[in-house]
Design a protein around this ligand. Structure first.
Ligand SMILES: [Cu+2]
Length: 56
């Protein structure tokens, strides 16, 4: 993302929200495990916009 900051992403598994707004993503997992999710805006992952979830 740092190499291509103008790159646009538009996938069903992602959403874009304005500051202070909210959005929804529906993920249907087909197997158990630990998964990471993160913001793709350059610098945001490093700033902590990342999370982990566990599917049991
Ligand atoms: Cu972000």
């Amino acid at each position: 993302m740092k190499k291509h900051p103008g790159m646009e992403h538009d996938e069903p598994s992602m959403t874009h929200v304005k500051p202070g707004a909210t959005g929804d993503i529906v993920w249907q997992f087909t197997k158990a495990g630990e998964f990471q999710f993160a913001c793709l805006i350059p610098g945001h992952f490093e700033a902590g916009m990342v999370g982990k979830l566990t599917v049991k």
